[in-house]
Design a protein around this ligand. Structure first.
Ligand code: ATP
Length: 308
């Protein structure tokens, strides 16, 4: 359910009407039109150009409106340098998705600050702020629209050449071209159904086209077949190059390759380090690694490392 909230939230303001035209369900439109629980800035501050992608969360405490007793994030502090990849891991309910929700400003924290390139996001011009981020959700929503329109949701003013270039980067070009009407094939519930891996590559193409400085990746938990897995990884690696990336990680390869892993529990970061460091220093991490991180062919590596 959280993933759906992300997916619809990020597209809400720009695409509501487009979605209606494209035949989105009433429930989706309802979600899209829900008032975000944030206050727009009175005097918006411009984000510095060019974008760097520096991210700072300072002593952020946040409770969901419906759960005033329970801090989803509790004095949470995290800095991510431009171009750095940080993997968030933690047990269910630790607050990983909440970090994304606050970065995308679906909610404002009750205390603490979140800065993008040194500007408090509560003060930043909302549209400009949104353009700095792209989200690749676990299970991307494909709209009832053509393949090219689905990619163009990432940047509505993009021309066809830019759409095709993004699809090529995301390893989505070949499968799109092979559809009955190529890029113009109608996708979604009433159109051509895509496989999980194809949906992910389409979502990566959207993000490539958006060209964000900060990337939020919610890694899929369900396994893809190995060929799709390989193609998605190629697309993701290209997308992540040169960008600040925060990943809710579920795969061993992801945590092993991250510059830094932040282990979350009960709304806080309880340990940071590399995979090798944390396996030794954090019992919670060692347990998570054993239970959660799965990858075909690497499970044995995980088990061996944990047992050493
Ligand atoms: P998972 O791995 O299961 O997705 P998570 O680490 O992403 O978990 P969050 O979804 O951020 O955890 O949840 C943090 C806390 O906030 C949990 O206690 C959760 O029950 C609560 N929570 C999450 N979303 C909401 C919401 N919309 N309203 C109220 N409470 C929420």
């Amino acid at each position: 359910a959280t993933t759906v909230a992300f997916s619809v939230g990020i597209i809400s303001e720009v695409y509501g009407e487009l979605l209606r035209a494209a035949g989105a369900t009433e429930r989706l439109i309802e979600l899209l039109e829900a008032e975000p629980a944030i206050k727009p800035p009175v005097r918006p501050v411009a984000l510095p150009e060019p974008a760097q992608g520096r991210l700072t969360m300072e002593s952020v405490t946040f409770r969901y409106p419906s759960r005033p007793d329970l801090p989803a994030l509790n004095d949470f502090t995290l800095s991510v340098e431009p171009g750095e990849t940080v993997a968030l891991v933690g047990p269910s309910g630790a607050g990983k998705s909440t970090v994304f929700q606050l970065l995308l400003r679906f909610y404002d924290p009750q205390s603490g600050r979140i800065l993008v390139d040194g500007v408090d996001i509560a003060e930043a011009e909302p549209e400009a702020l949104r353009r700095r981020f792209a989200l690749v959700p676990q299970d991307p929503v494909i709209f009832g629209a053509s393949g090219s329109e689905n990619i163009r949701y990432g940047r509505p003013d993009a021309d066809d050449a830019a759409v095709v270039a993004a699809a090529k980067d995301a390893v989505a070009h070949d499968f799109l071209e092979s559809l009955p009407q190529g890029y113009e094939t109608f996708l979604g519930e009433k159109g051509t159904r895509l496989s999980g891996g194809q949906r992910q590559r389409l979502s990566i193409a959207r993000a490539v086209l958006r060209d964000p400085s900060i990337l939020l990746l919610d890694e899929a938990t369900s396994a893809l077949d190995s060929e799709n897995e390989r193609l998605v990884q190629i697309g993701l690696e290209r997308l992540m190059t040169g960008r600040t990336t925060l990943i809710i990680a579920h795969r061993l390869a992801t945590v092993v390759n991250a510059d830094r892993i932040a282990v979350m529990d009960q709304g806080r970061i309880v340990a940071t380090g590399t995979h090798a460091e944390l396996i030794d220093s954090s019992p919670l991490y060692a347990r998570l690694a054993e239970l959660q991180f799965s990858q075909p062919g690497m499970a044995s590596v995980s088990a061996r490392t944990v047992n050493e």
